[in-house]
Design a protein around this ligand. Structure first.
Ligand code: UD1
Ligand code: CA
Length: 425
């Protein structure tokens, strides 16, 4: 059946204490909302993002980065149920399914969402809510079950009795709905609760009164629904995501010398037998081949593609660049907006000067196969160095260099013998 998603992202995020909307805060250079949109995008034909607080910024982000997603304004923000009701006019004649997620839970996996929808289908469910168990369930809505263990309702912390507060099964905030059976609920929700809000969670009880098939899917790994409400949560989520990523990489044959001080974004792919040395920080989207050596102290800023058997050493920063096989950049370099061929050697302290701060224009550096760049050289982009050319140490390259040439800018070396001794006297 067709599946569309609704992502709730209109809330204020007060506890972040920030001018930036909560869902646009980042983990390893990718926004929280970006994670949720990416994790759901392969499962759905369309996503609706509910925006409200700082709506323009969130709309801009979605429109620029996710063309298959639509933003829908919720103003004022009267609760999660009210948020979903904003989509009703867009789905009037829709008869497929809807998955609802929150924009502040970036750790949820695509694989989990897939299993969740499969579970919904396998039970011929009309409403399925994802739940999980927390030893400390504070702040989450509690899942209340009947004596026969079937679902009864969800009670928010603020509305819960002491007995209900003791329940450890909580609402993860992710739902799968058969839209045509449930859409009517959104015009019938009431706000007679502690927060005076229209709760999305009330659809469980509503579904029961309509004799719909209502179920819960219990998620084993509760870290996946870790929600971000504060900077402390943000740091914790970053750490959890990193640990998960490093484990996955090691299981796939990548050596991480010290997982306690290595940071690799979820969107970085790494080939077998590559070694990542300590204090390496790889953010954004990158692809690294097999048998590479990266770090210690290497920094990838995203958009980096590295082929097999490449060495990127200490204090080398790489951004938006393609590096072909058997190429080395061992020490203290900046490689940005560049294309490096194979068997290229980058001497220590080489800089691609890619940015002109007067025009704000970024330009490209192209180094063809077998090019050798001497230490402490500057490549002033746009510039191309053709195959096999050799750039002498300390050279500033300001024009294209022909194949197999030597390029050198150097003031003549002057040696005055005995000068120091004469000076001291
Ligand atoms: C919600 C659930 C709770 C669940 C928890 C899981 C309700 C009533 N409660 O609580 O049962 O355990 O999530 O994390 O649904 N939002 C809007 N518009 C609004 C209000 C909220 O778009 O008017 C968005 C927020 O931006 C956020 C999401 O909905 O992304 C959840 O809202 P939040 O206020 O964080 O709900 P919780 O109290 O966490
Ligand atoms: Ca929340």
């Amino acid at each position: 059946m067709e599946l569309k998603s609704i992502i709730l992202a209109a809330g204020k995020g007060t506890r972040m204490k920030s001018e930036t909307p909560k869902v646009l805060h980042k983990i390893m250079d990718k926004t929280l909302l970006g994670y949720v949109l990416d994790n759901v995008k392969n499962l759905v034909t369309e996503s609706f993002v509910i925006v409200g607080h700082h709506a323009e910024e969130v709309e801009k982000f979605v429109n620029e980065n996710y063309t298959s997603a639509k933003t829908v304004l919720q103003s004022p923000q009267l609760g999660t149920g009210h948020a979903v009701s904003m989509v009703c006019p867009h789905l009037e004649n829709y008869t497929g399914q809807v998955i609802i997620l929150c924009g502040d839970t970036p750790l949820i996996k695509e694989e989990t969402l897939k299993k969740f929808v499969e579970y919904h289908n396998s039970l011929n469910s009309d409403i399925t809510v994802m739940s999980t168990i927390f030893d400390n369930p504070t702040n989450y809505g509690r899942i209340i079950r009947e004596k026969d263990n079937s679902l009864k309702c969800i009670v928010e912390e603020k509305d819960a009795t002491a007995e209900q507060k003791a329940v450890k099964e909580v609402n993860a905030g992710i739902y799968c709905l058969n839209w045509d059976k449930i859409k009517l609920a959104f015009s019938q929700l009431k706000s007679n609760n502690a927060q005076g809000e229209y709760y999305l969670t009330d659809i469980i009880e509503w579904g029961k009164t309509q004799k719909l098939n209502v179920n819960a899917y219990i998620l084993e790994d509760n870290t996946e629904i870790y929600g971000i409400n504060s900077r402390v949560n943000l740091a914790q989520a970053t750490k959890m995501m990193n640990e998960r990523k490093l484990k996955e990489l090691m299981e796939n044959g990548v050596t991480i010398v010290d997982p306690s001080c290595t940071w690799i974004s979820d969107d970085t792919e790494i080939g077998q037998d590559t070694i990542i040395y300590p204090s390496t920080y790889l953010e954004g989207k990158n692809k690294i081949g097999k048998d590479c050596k990266i770090g210690p102290f290497a920094h990838f800023r995203g958009g980096v593609e590295v082929a097999d058997n490449v060495k990127i050493g200490n204090f080398v920063e790489v951004k938006k660049s393609k590096i072909d096989s058997n190429t080395n950049a061992g020490h203290l370099s900046y490689i940005g907006d560049s294309e490096l061929g194979s068997h290229v050697n980058i001497g220590a302290g080489t800089i691609t000067a890619n940015f002109n701060p007067l025009t704000n224009i970024k330009s490209k550096t192209v180094l063809k196969d077998k090019v050798k760049i001497g230490s402490n050289s500057v490549l002033v982009a746009p510039v191309t160095v053709e195959e096999g050319a050799n750039i002498a140490a300390g050279t500033v390259i300001t024009k294209d260099i022909k194949p197999w040439s030597l390029a050198i800018t150097r003031a003549p070396l002057k040696v005055i013998e005995g000068w120091v001794k004469r000076f001291i006297k």
